[in-house]
Design a binder for this molecule. Structure first.
Ligand SMILES: [Zn+2]
Ligand SMILES: [Zn+2]
Length: 141
């Protein structure tokens, strides 16, 4: 069953309707099971909704992110990618070979609390990309 249907109550509770555009984009991200750039979303969603335009995809992704249905993440070089909101996680990305790894939020939960206590801020962005060198690249393979 498409996840897009699961999101209908979430939108409705915020006073929004599920539209064909929102449905198609959620479906594309669900099928991908990973991050997609807005242009990748556009290419794939066109198959489901032929009259979709690229600006609509950008606007819809922003809308879905504001409402917590998808998560945006910066993957370096100013590139923003999106994925369906599921368990809380972060990313590690190797600067050398581009390999990516997912990090459970539980690993960072303590750090988040410490940072909140020290700063008085409440952290709202829980989807961070850390950059470094993967084990293979450290060995110079
Ligand atoms: Zn992610
Ligand atoms: Zn690497």
């Amino acid at each position: 069953m498409s996840v897009a249907v699961d999101f209908v109550p979430q939108l409705r509770s915020r006073g929004y309707r599920m539209t064909p555009q929102r449905m198609a984009i959620l479906h594309v991200l669900q099928l991908a099971g990973r991050h997609l750039s807005p242009s990748e979303v556009y290419e794939r969603a066109q198959g489901e909704l032929p009259n979709l335009t690229e600006p609509t995809v950008y606007r819809t992704l922003e809308f879905l992110a504001e409402n917590g249905l998808v998560r945006p993440a910066f993957m370096g070089n100013g590139h923003l990618v999106y994925e369906i909101a599921r368990h809380e996680h972060h990313h590690l990305k190797c600067r050398n070979c581009g390999r990516e790894m997912e990090v459970k939020h539980a690993l960072l939960a303590k750090l988040y609390r410490q940072l909140e206590n020290a700063s008085g801020y409440r952290l709202t962005d829980s989807h961070i990309t850390f950059f470094g060198l993967c084990p293979d690249c450290q060995k110079g393979k």
